[in-house]
Design a protein around this ligand. Structure first.
Ligand SMILES: *Cc1c(COP(=O)(O)O)cnc(C)c1O
Length: 398
């Protein structure tokens, strides 16, 4: 699952390069930095690997989404459609630019149900933001078609799916903007960090400035930069970028392990547990394979399975329905609109519906779903043991 499981000399070397110059800032200090530009290098690596014109590093996945919205001109009162199953950061990032999160149902792919998206479109809708949860793709053909038909932006929250592809294209490159997280528990980590990718020169220039107080980076030095628009500080430090660079170079190695281990566990379960139902994956080949997700026949059975698996040492199994972070059921702070500083009236109105709104379709699916994180460090013996224990428990409960 997370790249931190396999920190190596590669990460240490990149960090030491930075510490030896002492320049922790990504911009300026050219005399001292001895041509060490880790953030720039990581951006170039992302552009090459994902075949995308521009990558912009930012301080987190959350700020990647806020920046993507800002550069696309999405703000006050604009509605953005996103799924009920995601991480809280997805709607926090919308609220940060005063956009209104419009949460809609997921389907058995655990991602946006395109029909639910269609029904949620209003004259205020500006963008659709699929979240590629647990390593696998939303139905991008269907969503891109809806966006095209209605003139909406497609902004991909690919924070949990670095390196995954859809029909041969890297996730994040299919929408106008793609957002990644490199926080501590993601596939590629730099401690804290994120990135936006886009093929638009206009969005790229705006993202570069927005993430650095609006600096245009065209001056002979920072003091001579102009500020064509207001920005914020969402920069990354060279130290974290150095870790990210080493990790990103190892992405294919991480994915190869996850894909192999997941395949073997899934094949064994298909063989041994008749009728076992798995998450729908829109493109199996491109799955980043960070998780194996499956459904139990009922909510009660899912809860029971999660308990039994955990008690038997099958660690890392999430029953999302009971979880505070990833499913709307327990997002009480959102439902009660608990904020520290007042929201604009239109955002408050937009959020008011969640105090009572029910999502029976999502409940039906999420209450039965369990996802197991695939570790990068399991030994052969641990994998075998896991398979045996899972078969025993799931057969008894299914
Ligand atoms: C992790 C995550 C984010 C936010 O990333 P941070 O780097 O932790 O801010 C956004 N969306 C999803 C789906 C995530 O899992």
């Amino acid at each position: 699952m997370p790249g931190f499981e396999l920190f190596s000399d590669a990460e240490r070397k990149e960090v030491m390069d930075v510490l030896e110059t002492g320049v922790l800032m990504r911009f300026g200090f050219d005399g001292q930095r001895k041509n060490v530009f880790k953030a720039k290098e990581l951006e170039s690596s992302i552009e090459r690997k994902f075949s995308v014109k521009h990558a912009q590093l930012v301080s987190s996945g959350t700020t990647a989404i806020s920046t993507a919205l800002a550069v696309a001109g999405v703000g006050a009162g604009d509605e953005v459609i996103l799924p009920t199953f995601t991480f809280v950061a997805s709607f926090e990032a919308l609220l940060a630019v005063n956009a209104v999160p419009v949460l809609v149902d997921v389907d058995k792919s655990l991602t946006l149900d395109p029909e639910a998206v269609r029904k949620a479109i209003t004259p205020k809708t500006k963008a659709v933001m699929p979240v590629h949860m647990c390593g696998a793709q939303a139905d991008l053909d269907a969503l891109a078609a809806i966006c095209k038909e209605h003139g909406l932006l497609l902004i991909e929250d690919a924070c949990q799916a670095t390196g995954a592809t859809y029909k041969g294209q890297y996730l994040g490159t299919i929408g106008q903007l793609g957002c990644f997280s490199f926080d501590y528990v993601k596939t590629v980590t730099m401690g804290e960090g994120g990135a936006i990718i886009t093929n638009s020169d206009d969005y790229a220039i705006k993202a570069d400035g927005y993430a650095d107080h609006g600096h245009d980076h065209l001056g002979v030095d920072r003091g001579a930069d102009l500020h064509p628009f207001l920005g914020l500080n969402y920069r990354v430090s060279e130290l974290t970028a150095a870790v990210g660079l080493a990790q990103f170079r190892r992405l294919d190695d991480f994915l190869a392990i996850q894909r192999d281990v997941k395949r073997r566990i899934k094949d064994a379960l298909i063989e041994a547990v008749p009728g076992m139902e798995f998450r729908v994956i829109h493109d199996e080949v491109g799955d980043n394979a960070s998780h194996l997700s499956f459904f139990l026949p009922s909510f009660e059975k899912a809860r029971e399975a999660r308990r039994l698996l955990n008690d038997a040492g099958v660690t890392g199994c999430f029953h999302w329905f009971d979880n505070n972070w990833h499913y709307i059921r327990n997002w009480h702070h959102l439902k009660q609109c608990s904020v520290l500083s007042p929201l604009p009236a239109e955002v408050k109105e937009g959020l008011a519906v969640y105090a009572t709104k029910e999502f029976p379709q999502s409940d039906q699916i999420i209450s039965r779903a369990i996802s197991m994180g695939i570790s990068l460090t399991w030994t052969e013996e641990q994998i075998q043991q896991r398979i045996n224990t899972m078969i025993e428990i799931l057969k008894s409960i299914y």
